[in-house]
Design a protein around this ligand. Structure first.
Ligand SMILES: CC(C)(COP(=O)(O)OP(=O)(O)OC[C@H]1O[C@@H](n2cnc3c(N)ncnc32)[C@H](O)[C@@H]1OP(=O)(O)O)[C@@H](O)C(=O)NCCC(=O)NCCS
Length: 255
């Protein structure tokens, strides 16, 4: 009985062409490899996405929570036609991207998360997934949304995306933007980089193990967060605490 029900609950993935790994050099001089992530590697990625749920800055929390849910559902066979790519520097996880095929002509961009900042790894990861949608999967158009202002700058502005506001995106039902094949071809020479095949030593290092990010985004040290959590936006609790500490310090000096 339970086996039969699983047949109904588990979506049947449409066969999709594999992503062919590529590599490139970053502005830092480091080599990065972009490669597909197999289903059984998903837990190795989830443990580095989970801490992002607590990083408010640049919407890592919202994107992290959504990405975690998509990856987990993919791992547990509860998401249809999803692919995941990892970007690695010397094995270290530097970015994760995912997306899915809606139908043979339409792609849906899901998420892009950079775990190393300031090197455009996120931008390169997004370019790699768009390349996959157009060159390997043969899509005519990919629907995109941005949760963060940096994302909006990177995708909507840099690629000059077209509005598809009449189409609700799968990510929260917000209005969609579209990257068409024409727009992607126009952006190719400036935004899409990388070479194939990946030298064997680089590829082996990437495929061997997904190593933890060395400098991932972390929650800001925000002393006001304590008062916010007490519904105290004027920070009175913090000031009262500080005065009590000052009084105790004065008293110890006087003693
Ligand atoms: C959007 C995102 C993928 C872009 O990644 P990226 O291309 O590697 O770019 P970064 O985020 O590292 O940097 C973006 C800008 O912030 C600056 N920046 C922010 N934090 C930085 C840091 N710690 N060190 C250095 N630069 C930093 C960069 O200089 C860069 O400026 P630029 O646009 O003038 O080049 C990434 O910001 C991210 O993962 N954000 C959170 C999740 C998100 O919003 N995803 C996209 C959903 S639409």
């Amino acid at each position: 009985m339970s086996v039969d029900l699983e047949k109904i609950l588990r979506p049947v993935d449409t066969p999709m062409a594999p992503y062919v790994p590529k590599y490139m050099l970053l502005a830092s001089g480091e080599a990065v490899v972009v490669r597909p992530v197999e289903r059984d590697e998903i837990p190795d990625i989830l443990k580095h996405v989970e801490p992002l749920l607590h990083v408010e800055r640049d919407y890592y929390d919202v994107v992290g929570a959504r990405l975690y849910s998509e990856l987990l559902a993919h791992y547990r066979h509860r998401y249809q036609d999803q692919y995941v790519l990892a970007v690695q520097i010397d094995g270290e996880l530097a970015a994760v991207v995912n997306g899915r095929q809606v139908n043979p002509k339409l792609g849906m961009s899901l998420h892009t998360v950079a775990l190393r900042r300031g090197l455009r790894v996120g931008a390169h990861a997004f370019a790699a997934k768009m390349e996959y949608h157009f060159d390997e999967l043969g899509h005519d158009e990919v629907l995109v949304v941005a949760e963060s202002p940096i994302g909006f700058r990177r995708w909507m502005i840099e690629y000059k995306l077209e509005k598809r506001f009449e189409v609700p995106h799968e990510l929260g039902g917000v209005p969609s933007w579209a990257l068409t094949r024409e727009l992607f071809d126009a952006a190719r020479s400036s935004l899409v980089v990388g070479r194939r095949p990946v030298p064997p030593e680089l590829l082996d290092k990437a495929m061997d193990k997904i190593l933890p990010p060395s400098d991932p985004p972390t929650p800001a040290l925000d002393p006001l967060s304590a008062t916010r959590s007490k519904y105290d936006p004027t920070a009175t609790a913090l000031m009262v605490e500080r005065w009590a500490m000052e009084r105790a310090e004065e008293a110890s000096k006087d003693a």
